[in-house]
Design a protein around this ligand. Structure first.
Ligand SMILES: Nc1ncnc2c1ncn2[C@@H]1O[C@H](COP(=O)(O)OP(=O)(O)O)[C@@H](O)[C@H]1O
Ligand SMILES: [Mg+2]
Length: 213
């Protein structure tokens, strides 16, 4: 099963989410691999530094179909934009996770991303399933509240959990969750675990419950 992380804007949290969910799912005993489909190699570099992260491989679009055929779960970090990697992932991914942050610029780019995903779903009998994830949320600011309501109005599935704006997530880029001071790590872990549980529940289709048990 292949789950990709896509957004047109850079900085939305694709790499952060892929790393966090990978770490949390691995901690929960789920067999998961990380694939870095971005030539910038941020996730791959993090994999070399961070403890607790599942194995990370750098992959090219021509390898995406094999990742999708694999019975195990692979989380695929894509580059920003609607380029070759995004379009290759659309054709084979089982799900696409689209992070969105409180920024008018980001919200404005969402319709194009979602339109491409909708077209793929029409061709592929509903795949990839799409899940929007609010990121960098700070409920003290109006823009964050606006993000949550704007996402819900789009009519696509939105997670009930989100990632707050936390310096811990920024610092995590150096050594992963395990590298954070304990208090910061606990808070980040709790939030990311809830999100990982929600994503996992979404990925397990009703007909697969028995197979997964
Ligand atoms: N919830 C968050 N709180 C604070 N900083 C975050 C959060 N999510 C991501 N970041 C930071 O924002 C920057 C962009 O995130 P990243 O995951 O690299 O985005 P993308 O892969 O979509 O370009 C990174 O410096 C990352 O550490
Ligand atoms: Mg990235």
């Amino acid at each position: 099963m292949l789950v990709c992380f896509a957004s047109q804007k850079g900085g939305a949290g694709k790499t952060t989410l892929a790393a966090l969910l990978g770490e949390r799912l691995a901690a929960a005993g789920v067999q998961v691999c990380l694939a870095d489909g971005d030539r910038q190699g941020s996730l791959f570099a993090l994999g070399e530094r961070a403890r607790g992260l599942p194995p990370v491989r750098a992959v090219y679009p021509m390898q995406f179909p094999a990742l999708a055929r694999d019975a195990g779960l692979t989380l695929l970090d894509l580059p920003s934009g609607l380029g070759v990697e995004f379009h290759a992932a659309l054709e084979v991914a089982d799900a696409a996770i689209v992070p969105a942050v409180p920024s008018a610029f980001d919200l404005r780019t969402l319709p194009a991303t979602l339109a491409a995903l909708r077209k793929a779903q029409e061709r592929r009998d509903g795949l990839p399933r799409v899940l929007l994830v609010p990121n960098k949320v700070d409920l003290r600011e109006t823009l964050s509240k606006e993000l949550l309501s704007a996402l819900r109005e789009l009519g696509w599935p939105v997670t009930r959990c989100w990632l707050s704006a936390r310096s811990g997530y920024r610092r995590m880029g150096a050594a992963g969750l395990a590298g954070l001071p304990q208090a910061a790590r606990r808070a980040a872990e709790a939030e990311a675990t809830a999100l990982a549980d929600e994503v996992l529940a979404y990925l397990v289709l009703p007909g697969e419950q028995g197979a997964a048990a």
